[in-house]
Design a protein around this ligand. Sequence first.
Ligand code: UDX
Length: 473
Amino acid sequence: MELKKHLQPHAVLIPLPLQGHITPFTHLAMKLASKGFTITFVDTESTHQQIATAQSLKDGDNPFSHGQKCGLDIRYAKISDGFPLSFDRRANARQFMKGLTHVFQTHVDDFIENLVLSKPNPPISCIIADSFHVWGSMIAKKYNLVNVSFWTEPATVLTVFYHMNLLKSNGHFGSHDKYEDTIRYIPGVQTIKPEDLPSYCQDDDPSACNYVFKCIKDAQKADFVIGNTVQELESSTISALQVQQPFYAIGPVFPTSFTKRTISTSLLPASDCTNWLNSKQDGTVLYISFGSLANLSKQDILEIAQGILISKVSFIWVLRHNILGSGERNILPLGFEEETTGRGLVVPWCSQLAVLSHPAVGGFLTHCGWNSILESMWCKVPMVCFPVLADQLTNRKLVVDDWRIGVNLCTRGLIRRELVAENIGRIMSRSDELKKNIEKTKIILQNALSDEGSSEKNLNQFIEDMKNKILQK
Ligand code: UDX
């Protein structure tokens, strides 16, 4: 039995049911399965319904059906997140997050208990929970599983969270009167301005902050943390993290990295922009998207739209129906779409990797979601940054100040159409420095994923260390 466990680990993967988390989790599942793991992937019923609708899945199919037919041992399960399918999780985010802490935990607990009782072959040996769940360590302990936390954001953000006490003792936590300071005391983070801290360290929304802090506390108890980042991008930060806990940078975790079998993880139906892009010259189109969660104000949208008009750039703009955070449908200023006919395409959602990898795309106006940044780097597309919340504020600093592969759209909170146009122009004209840096970053990512690269080696090391840990159980 011990030998069997050693040879084939069986991991239960549980993402946070949000787009930016489901995507890397799905690819992680494929990656681990292709390295011999048995995977039980746990989706929520609501997520499954969205994916099934968006991908027109046949009854009984799941996102891994193709991988399963190709011999990967991925078992797919869906459990309730505690809310009816008709419940608007986005509009009631606070209530939803509360449910994820309590009700969802009970459902996960019941699910694992039943799974253990069903004596699966091989037996489950490990849980890989999203670092944004608060109960990973409790479940791992209860069922004697190896406890792995998957961190889907940059290591810098995790490091900042791990040192919240330092921020508090230095008066930089939730404080708005020390904005001019430069923070130099976080191990592994050379310098950071208070305005670049994750919003949860600046916000006064106590419920969101408390949730994140509980998650971080729980992640600190994990046997291993795996991160969707790259050693060479954040080397000193990762070294500092490793002093605290075994941390393995295994990113970027997306299809190009491990298999030719692509898998769509979109929760929304995607418009196909290929024909439109085919009609444009190389490097002339600006792609605009603010990810799956961020809300913008009507004023932000207005200034961006006017900036686009001034810049005369060709563009694809992903405007989710709920981007304003309200049911309001009139998102764009009157006449905008007519005025940009032919040079602009507005869609509610698209296949982002397909768009970014099209040669016509020359720039990306982004909210700085971490998946978007990794995808943009991979496709060698420099960024214009407009961070809105959470890790996006810190991610902006990495992109613009540290790696120099993007520019700011504007000073935070001060969006002006002339500045928007100017910065779009800067990114589309691709200075030699931007071009050189984005090429360099792509090579870093590519090398990391090669057989002898850091992410591949880290992943293999993680698997070996995890197997040893299983044997100790
Ligand atoms: C959020 C946070 O903003 C992010 O920083 C954190 O790391 C995860 O949670 P989100 O707003 O979803 O994420 O942004 P991002 O991380 O960029 O993920 C969005 C994903 O949706 C990307 O993988 C992107 O390719 C995909 N996408 C986006 C589409 O497939 N189509 C679109 O039209 C827009």
